[in-house]
Ligand binder design. Structure first.
Ligand code: PMT
Length: 397
């Protein structure tokens, strides 16, 4: 977390329910070594107490553009110049629209126009507002101008729906900031990631699937993008939105995933197979919904799917190929065996016993190569993704 030591951060808080998390966020930023000046919009003050923010940052909260006392202590232009990072969390759809179009009708929007600091936005809103073309266009405009996005997560929202639109957790925002402007160690590299589950259809309404959410693979894809790579993400069915700036190709079955990998593999510098691919598929998919037959059971004939990552490892003149190993027991021994059997350069091993790894925001990974077994520790999938890329590209040992 040393990257935030001595950083000056303006924490801009706008009017969404996620604003209640910003006391914790501000506290964590201070603990990571940053000086934090909170700036609240008028509506944010309905959701979070300025006094609580002042207590954790040690600095009086700023809200009004024309506050003569505050301006006398540090004028808003001076404040804009003081900042290394302008973090807006939560950022509402309204704020994104204002920033995209250069409005300066309150202190926060004025600071955003006046500062040369890195703009980092952590949006939070209803899923439909997030997907709306107006919001996505505003976001794309801000990103074109260099703003950094901490994408909203999926989960239950204040409106009662389960959808994308939750502000990332404070610790993930702090981790993302600490990784802010990561070294472009993957610049010029082509990266291919598989992520999520595969669904093997049984009939028009049923399938064999698994619990992969795609979070691990998407985190790897986003970290690679942030480190300068050109990224192709081949994703099984997930609830996650397509990440910005990544060529995301959606597939359903293992066969489809294999075909898309094969057509995008040439010229790939790194392939990381984070997808939980079905080892078997149903031999014949029924064209009509299967009916219950008397009182007896049902036998499905399964045939083996081709191993996608093993196919990649067999290709001549290939880049590095990295598999995952999801194990419930003997994690390291089984992962070591997969390294040899699949002919890959490295395996990222995780335990999936007792509900670990699948669907979780955190993971515990080991990196296994022919030379070593290294415990990468327990951390958010985002943080692990950055560590993995640093290790794979030889920037960290
Ligand atoms: O998606 P999340 O909810 O974030 O969960 C993350 C995860 C647990 C899915 C991820 O960390 C993980 O372990 N992914 C690999 C899951 C898996 O299927 O592991 P496996 O041990 O069964 O397969 C080993 C490797 O072979 C994997 O890289 C897999 O992508 C690959 N494989 C397997 C079968 C197949 N037909 N083709 C493949 O390429």
């Amino acid at each position: 977390m040393t990257m935030l030591v001595a950083k000056n951060i303006i924490l801009g808080i706008t009017g969404g329910i996620a604003a209640y998390k910003t006391v914790d966020l501000a506290r964590k930023l201070v603990q990571a070594g940053a000086s934090v000046q909170c700036v609240l919009t008028e509506s944010a003050a309905q959701f979070v107490s300025p006094l609580a923010l002042q207590a954790v940052t040690g600095l009086a909260v700023r809200s009004a553009l024309f506050d003569t006392d505050a301006e006398a202590a540090m004028g808003h232009i001076e404040l804009a110049r003081w900042a290394d990072i302008l973090l807006i969390a939560p950022a509402t759809a309204n704020t994104l629209a204002k920033l995209a179009h250069g409005l300066a009708d309150d202190l926060l929007a004025t600071l955003a126009l006046a500062t040369k600091a890195e703009l980092v936005i952590a949006p939070a809103m209803n899923g439909d507002m997030w997907r709306h073309p107006a919001t996505q266009t505003n976001l794309a405009l801000l990103q074109q101008r260099g703003a950094r996005l901490i994408e909203p997560a999926s989960g239950s929202l204040a409106c009662g729906e389960v959808d994308v639109g939750r502000m990332q957790e404070p610790q993930d925002i702090v981790n993302a900031l600490a990784q802010s402007q990561p070294e472009p160690i993957l610049a010029g590299k082509r990266v291919l990631i598989t992520a999520g589950p595969t669904f093997e259809d049984i009939d028009p309404v049923r399938f064999i699937g698994n619990r992969s959410s795609g979070k691990m693979g998407y985190a790897l894809a986003q970290a690679a993008r942030d480190m300068g790579a050109e990224v192709v993400l081949i994703s099984g069915p997930t609830a996650l939105p397509d990440p910005q700036g990544i060529n995301t190709i959606r597939v359903r079955s293992a066969l489809q995933m294999l075909q898309v990998v094969q057509s995008h593999f040439t010229g790939t510098d790194f392939m990381v197979a984070a997808a939980a691919v079905a080892d078997y598929r149903v031999e014949r998919i029924a064209s009509n919904k299967l009916k219950k037959q008397g009182d007896g059971g049902l036998t499905l004939n399964l045939v083996q799917n081709q191993d996608i990552v093993a196919w990649a490892a067999e290709q001549p003149n290939r880049g590095k190929v990295i598999a995952f190993a999801a194990e419930t027991d003997d994690v390291l021994a089984n992962a070591q065996a997969k390294l040899v059997r699949k002919g890959v350069d490295a395996v990222l091993a995780n335990s999936v016993a007792n509900g670990a790894a699948f669907e979780q925001d955190m993971n515990h990974l080991w990196l296994i190569t022919p030379q070593q077994q290294q415990d990468l520790g327990i951390a958010t999938k985002q943080h692990l993704a950055f560590v993995i890329w640093q290790m794979l590209s030889g920037q960290r040992s």
